[in-house]
Design a protein around this ligand. Structure first.
Ligand code: RB5
Length: 147
């Protein structure tokens, strides 16, 4: 699976933590779109880069990170075809895959500790969408996007 990851300056350390988790999965190919230093950047620009890969099919999934995870998740969800879930716990990470087929995961570098972030990523990567009644609801989200 191809996966694109990006963060603003508020989560560069978390991005490295997440990349180390992704390296546990030999079938995951990572595209890191930055940022790579502590200089301030604008999270909507990072969301746009990550989500472009997902909507144009270059990547199946994306991970977006900022200080809280809030701004970058809001920005990601403005992009047609993106279902971005901000997760601060493993339960949400599983449910956003099972019920929402979240194709982008958001987390906050100033919110989560290393251990919880690692477990959230593993849960999100390994949980499948359940389909069924949940697909009907996703179809309604798509209809909202197209209004
Ligand atoms: C950047 O200072 C900060 O606002 C950003 O990382 C994020 O927390 C916004 O939601």
């Amino acid at each position: 699976m191809k996966l694109t990851i990006g963060s603003d300056h508020g989560a560069v350390e978390l991005k490295e933590t997440v990349k180390a988790v992704l390296a546990e999965y030999p079938d995951i190919e990572v595209n890191d779109v930055g940022t790579f230093g502590t200089e301030s950047v604008d999270y909507p620009d990072i969301a746009e880069k990550v989500c472009a890969d997902v909507v144009n099919g270059r990547s199946e999934r994306g991970i977006v990170l900022c200080g809280t995870g809030i701004g970058i998740s809001i920005a990601a969800n403005k992009i047609k075809g993106i279902r971005c879930a901000l997760c601060n716990d493993v339960y949400s990470a599983k449910k956003c895959r099972e019920h929402n087929n979240a194709n982008v995961l958001a987390m906050g570098g100033r919110v989560l500790g290393r251990g919880p972030a690692e477990e959230i990523v593993r849960a999100w990567l390994t949980t499948e969408f359940e389909g069924g009644r949940h697909q009907r609801r996703l179809d309604k989200i798509t209809a909202l996007e197209n209004k």
